[in-house]
Design a protein around this ligand. Sequence first.
Ligand SMILES: NC(=O)c1ccc[n+]([C@@H]2O[C@H](COP(=O)([O-])OP(=O)(O)OC[C@H]3O[C@@H](n4cnc5c(N)ncnc54)[C@H](O)[C@@H]3O)[C@@H](O)[C@H]2O)c1
Length: 368
Amino acid sequence: MPQINLKLKAGSYPVIIGSRTDSKFLSLLKTKAQNKQLFVFFDTRFYVLHGKKIESLLKRNKFIIKSFLIPSGEKSKSASTLKSIYNFLLHNKISRDDFILACGGGVTTDLIGYAAASTLRGIPWGAVSTTLLGMVDAAIGGKTGINHASGKNLIGAFWQPSFVICNTQHLQTLPEREMIAGLGEVIKYGGLIGHKFMDEIERFLKTGDLYNSRVLEKLITVSVRYKALIVSEDEREKNIRMLLNLGHTFGHAIEKTLGYGKLLHGEAIIIGLLAAVILSRKVNKTAAKALAGYESLLKKCLRLLPYFLIKPAETVKNMQIDKKRSGQKLRFVLLKSPGKPFIASGLKPKLIIDSVKECLALYKAEGR
Ligand SMILES: NC(=O)c1ccc[n+]([C@@H]2O[C@H](COP(=O)([O-])OP(=O)(O)OC[C@H]3O[C@@H](n4cnc5c(N)ncnc54)[C@H](O)[C@@H]3O)[C@@H](O)[C@H]2O)c1
């Protein structure tokens, strides 16, 4: 079973990937939660499908558990949900010897990771990541937090988990749109890693079976290995961790233009990746040939997305307030070729506007 160790200055932690993760999960819990007291947080939808099984596994192994259900959806990444979590933890007299477990997608791991970071100045925690997007991205790398009326993820902390479990069996119940959104991030890694991984993704998409556990395990493993490598070199996003934002400057602007809750984050990233590739070849004409395969893969992926009208002018306007702006210059992660990302800033606005227009016209033609 694949295990990737995310190595950091303060130590390392394992990410376990596979379809039979229970025994590894229990042995990790036994070493990390020695007093056997667990505060377990579940995404509600996940709980209905898998929660009882996890609770009985823990109880059979003599863990004393206190469970709490988080309402499904982005709205839970809020100060008010956080307050109810603090109340639950403190009324139940949590101590620093206890352990917090977060079972759910990115919403749950972001929120509970931040609750763990900020309660009693830091409680150890572990993640059972249950969505594809969570497994390849949100649960990996220790970024935790909640949203604020001024924007997404504006309140938070870096607080690394003690382990991450990615059980591919949990993905069997994930709705198809959520699966495609997760694939958006996997396809991002395709652009960052290069042809070999891109080809694997393309073959997977061609089969039409997005729930093949064996292939998913491979895609998750390669994605996590790449993210772990980057995070271990740049935990606090001072330099190369920014490369993981490929497609995100455009993607975030698209999400904002549409209003949150229409396209899923990973779906907006697929469109954002295409815009980044178009911009890459406009910036560097000689890159067009090298990027043709990736561009064509992304165009095919547009067919998997629901269509919403997205206004190009508004999208460009929304890019001006992207929080990853460096000074007055917008920064973009672009590609020289698949596997060769770089950071560009000070680009001519016309190139950016034309890329957004071209990309959104393609989305209009291909989206369903
Ligand atoms: N911390 C980071 O580095 C990072 C990176 C990327 C994204 N994020 C955050 O992640 C969040 C999105 O994460 P997400 O896409 O996992 O969304 P999510 O947590 O909202 O989960 C998506 C949906 O799937 C359901 N679900 C979860 N597991 C399931 C399962 N196994 N079977 C059936 N249904 C299941 C949930 O109830 C929810 O309806 C966003 O808030 C985003 O900001 C964080």
